[in-house]
Write a protein of this length. Structure first.
Length: 255
């Protein structure tokens, strides 16, 4: 089995990317809150791009797992850097948008192993994956904007609508600021599976990703179907929708 360590352009203090067989494991490293500032967002985008390039070279059959070390999956945007500056906060909101696009357009299945708190932008990051597995013993999913007095960016709302399909669940997440434990998230359809601990969640996410990668789906077809499932969310993050003519030609080429 082949294993590739972090490419040199991914700061080890922020995230690492490893290839384990057909699965790419993207880890937010360290015991911090994994706040989404410019450096971490850039590092994550580089990692996702590296995984996409490696998968394209290898041929069909790949999957991505994203996991956070420590108590946090990600505690959202780097509001410490933004401070009271709405301009700086806007910069971070704009910077996160293409990372969401990268994940929604990625040509492989994606699994978020939510091994700690995922708040605001961190919750959005988890939602941009196809599947969410979560630990039962610690951590919440929390969209904090209503509690801290900030409007939700339009693309946040579009992704939330796409991924939280039960109206009451969406209402409670965005209008009540409800903090979802793993079991509640599963009941509401936000979380796909729950495991007792962080280690078990990460391990099961990897096993599940292996199963998905083993299907050897065509990555372009997989991404096209995903984007067709969530057209509003994809448009909101800047993904250009294929025309019907392009879709017909792509479909015909696969016959």
């Amino acid at each position: 089995m082949r294993e590739e360590r972090s490419p040199p352009n991914l700061p080890a203090a922020m995230c690492t990317l490893e290839q384990r067989g057909r699965v790419f494991v993207l880890t937010l490293t360290g015991d911090g809150e994994h706040r989404l500032g410019h450096a971490l967002i850039s590092s994550l985008r580089s990692a996702v791009a590296s995984a996409a390039e490696a998968a394209a070279r290898a041929g069909p059959g790949a999957a991505l797992v994203t996991v956070g070390e420590g108590r946090f999956f990600s505690n959202g945007l780097d509001i410490g850097w933004a401070g009271t500056s709405r301009a700086r906060l806007g910069e971070l909101v704009d910077a996160l948008r293409p990372l969401a696009a990268d994940l929604l357009a990625l040509r492989m299945p994606t699994v978020a192993a939510v091994t700690g708190h995922a708040s605001a932008g961190g919750f959005l990051l988890a939602l941009c994956h196809d599947y969410r597995l979560m630990r039962a013993d610690r951590g919440v999913l929390y969209m904090s904007e209503v509690d801290i007095g900030l409007p939700l960016p339009p693309y946040f709302m579009a992704v939330l609508r796409a991924k939280i399909t039960a109206a009451n669940a969406l209402r409670d997440v965005v209008l009540r600021g409800r903090k979802l434990r793993a079991a509640e998230g599963r009941e509401m359809g936000v979380v796909d599976a729950v495991y007792p601990s962080a280690a078990e969640t990460a391990a099961e996410a990897f096993k599940f990703a292996e199963q998905l990668a083993a299907r050897k789906w065509d990555g372009a077809v997989y991404a096209s179907i995903r984007m067709s499932m969530y057209p509003e969310a994809c448009r909101s993050v800047g993904i250009v929708e294929e025309s019907d003519e392009v879709k017909r030609k792509h479909f015909a080429s696969k016959l």
